[in-house]
Design a protein around this ligand. Structure first.
Ligand code: CAA
Ligand code: FAD
Length: 382
C-alpha cells in the first residue's frame, strides 16, 4: 500500500483542521455540558462539503475519496467527536447508500440536499430489543398495495431530532427472516412520526440521540430502497462503510488526546524537570504514538480497500475494533498524564475519555466486530 497523499487529500485534511480549530474548538466544552449542537455549525459543515464528502458532484457532493474522508474525520474528531459522528452518519450511513441504491427520484429529492448539507439524515436500525442482534427487528412495514404502513420504535438514533430524513429498516415479511426486512426513506415531518426523548449521555453529548416512534406512518412505495426484502443486506453494507467513519472518529479522539498530552508533558514540571523527562511518562507517550499510528494505518487500509473496489468488510471491522480500543486506552492515559488537571473539564482530555467509550459500542460493539472478523478469517481458512 502506497502512503503518499495527493495534494487534494492534503487540502481536505487542512480544511478540516482549520474548521475544527477555528469553529469547533471555541464552544466544545459548553456544548458538551449543555448537550447541544447548533444548527449553524451543521450548516457550515455542509457549506464546506463535509456532509457529502464522497458523493459525486452530480448529486451535490464534494466527489472526494474515502482516504480524504478518513483524513477529514480524524481532524474533526480530534477536536469535537460529536461533530464527527454527525458527519459520519450523514456521509456513510445515509448518503453512500442512497447514491449506490437510490432511484433517480430518490437521489434528486433526498441525496442532493443531504449531500449539500441543506438537510441532515439519520440511520434507524437499532431498537429496544434489537441492537447487536439487528435481525431481531420488531418494527413492521406492512405492504398495503400502494404504500407500506410503518409501526414500531427505534432507539438511540444519532441526529434524531436534527435530521429531517430517516433511513428506516423494518420487517415486512417476518416468515422470511432477514430477507423480509426492507429499508425505506421516511421524512420526519410525515404524520405518525414522533421524536422521542433525548438521551442524557456519558459522552458525545453534543450529538443528539433520540428514540423515534412510528404509528401508522404511510410510506409511498417509491420510498423503498432497493428490491423487496433487501433491507438487511442494505443496512449491513451501509455499516461496512460506516465503520470506517467511526474508526476514523476513534483515531481522531486518540490523536487529539495524544497531542494535548505531548504538549502538557513539555510544560508541567515536577521534581525540577518537565514530566516528559520522566521515563514513565516517556514510555506512555511512546505507546500512545505507536498505537495511534497502527490505528491510522488500519483506517487508511480500509479506506483504500473501499476506494479500490475491494471487499472492505474485514478491514473496516478491524479498523473499528483497533481504533476504538486505542481511543479508550490513549484517552485514559492522557488523563493520567494530566494528573488532577486531567480530571477537570478545562483540559479537554476527560471529555475525550468519555467520548472514546461510545466508539467501542455503536456501529457494532467490539464483540460484534470480533464476530465479523473471526467469521471472515475462519471462512478464508476453509
Ligand atoms: N456485509 C454484508 N452483508 C452482511 C454482513 C456484512 N457485514 N453481515 C451480514 N451480512 C448478510 C449475510 O451475508 C446474510 O446474507 P444472506 O442471507 O443473503 O446470505 C445476511 O446478512 C444475514 O447474515 P447473518 O446470518 O450473518 O446475520 P446475523 O443475524 O448472524 O448478524 C451481525 C450478523 C454481523 C451480528 C449483524 O447483526 C450486525 O452487524 N450487528 C450489529 C448491528 C450494528 O452494527 N448496529 C449499528 C446501528 S447504526 C449505529 O450504531 C450508528 C451510530 O451509532 C452512529
Ligand atoms: P446489546 O446488543 O444488548 O449488547 C449488550 C452487550 O452484549 C454488549 O457488550 C454486546 O457486545 C454483548 N453481546 C451481544 N450479543 C453478543 C454475542 N453474540 N456474543 C458476544 N457478546 C454479545 N443505532 C442506530 O441504528 N442508529 C444510530 O444512529 C445509533 N446511534 C447511537 C448513538 C449512541 C450514543 C448509542 C449509545 C447507540 C447508538 N445506536 C444507534 C445503537 C447502537 O448501535 C447499539 O447500542 C449497539 O449496536 C449495541 O446494541 P445494544 O445497545 O442493544 O446492546
Amino acid at each position: 500500500m502506497q502512503i503518499q497523499f495527493s495534494e487534494e487529500q492534503l487540502m481536505i485534511r487542512d480544511a478540516a483542521r482549520s474548521f475544527a480549530r477555528q469553529e469547533l474548538l471555541p464552544g466544545v466544552i459548553e456544548r458538551d455540558e449543555k448537550q447541544y449542537f447548533p444548527e449553524e455549525l451543521i450548516k457550515k459543515m455542509g457549506e464546506l462539503g463535509f456532509l457529502g464528502l464522497m458523493v459525486s458532484p452530480d448529486y451535490g457532493g464534494a466527489g472526494m475519496d474515502t482516504v480524504s474522508y478518513v483524513l477529514a474525520m480524524e481532524e474533526i474528531a480530534a477536536v469535537d467527536a460529536s461533530a464527527a459522528v454527525c458527519m459520519s452518519v450523514n456521509n456513510s450511513l445515509v448518503c453512500r447508500g442512497l447514491e449506490q441504491t437510490g432511484t433517480g427520484m430518490q437521489k434528486q429529492r433526498y441525496l442532493l440536499p443531504l449531500a449539500r448539507g441543506e438537510m441532515l439524515g439519520a440511520f434507524l436500525l437499532s431498537e429496544p430489543e434489537a441492537g447487536s442482534d439487528a435481525a431481531a427487528q420488531q418494527t413492521t412495514a406492512v405492504d398495503q398495495g400502494d404504500h407500506y404502513l410503518l409501526n414500531g420504535a427505534k432507539n438511540w438514533i444519532t441526529n434524531g431530532s436534527s435530521a429531517s430524513v430517516y433511513i428506516v429498516m423494518a420487517q415486512s415479511r417476518p416468515e422470511q427472516g432477514t430477507h423480509g426486512i426492507n429499508a425505506f426513506i421516511v421524512e420526519k415531518s410525515w404524520p405518525g412520526v414522533t421524536v422521542g426523548l433525548k438521551e442524557n449521555k456519558m459522552g458525545i453529548r453534543g450529538s443528539d440521540t433520540h428514540s423515534i416512534l412510528f404509528e401508522d406512518v404511510k410510506i409511498p412505495k417509491e420510498n423503498r430502497l432497493g428490491e423487496e426484502g433487501s433491507g438487511f443486506g442494505y443496512a449491513m453494507q451501509c455499516l461496512n462503510a460506516g465503520r470506517i467513519g467511526i474508526a476514523a472518529q476513534a483515531l481522531g479522539i486518540a490523536a487529539g488526546a495524544y497531542e494535548r498530552s505531548l504538549r502538557y508533558a513539555g510544560e508541567r514540571q515536577t521534581f525540577g524537570k518537565p514530566i516528559g523527562m520522566h521515563q514513565a511518562i516517556q514510555f506512555k507517550l511512546a505507546d500512545m504514538a505507536t498505537r495511534i499510528e497502527a490505528a491510522r494505518l488500519l483506517c487508511l487500509k480500509a479506506a483504500a480497500d473501499k476506494d479500490l473496489g475491494r471487499d472492505y468488510t474485514l478491514s473496516s471491522s478491524m479498523a473499528k475494533l483497533y481504533a476504538s480500543d486505542t481511543a479508550m486506552w490513549v484517552t485514559t492515559e492522557a488523563v493520567q498524564i494530566h494528573g488532577g488537571y486531567g480530571y477537570v473539564k478545562a483540559y479537554h482530555v476527560e471529555r475525550m475519555m468519555r467520548d472514546a467509550k461510545i466508539t467501542q459500542i455503536y456501529e457494532g460493539t467490539s464483540e460484534v466486530q470480533r464476530m465479523i472478523i473471526s467469521r471472515s478469517v475462519l471462512e478464508s481458512a476453509g
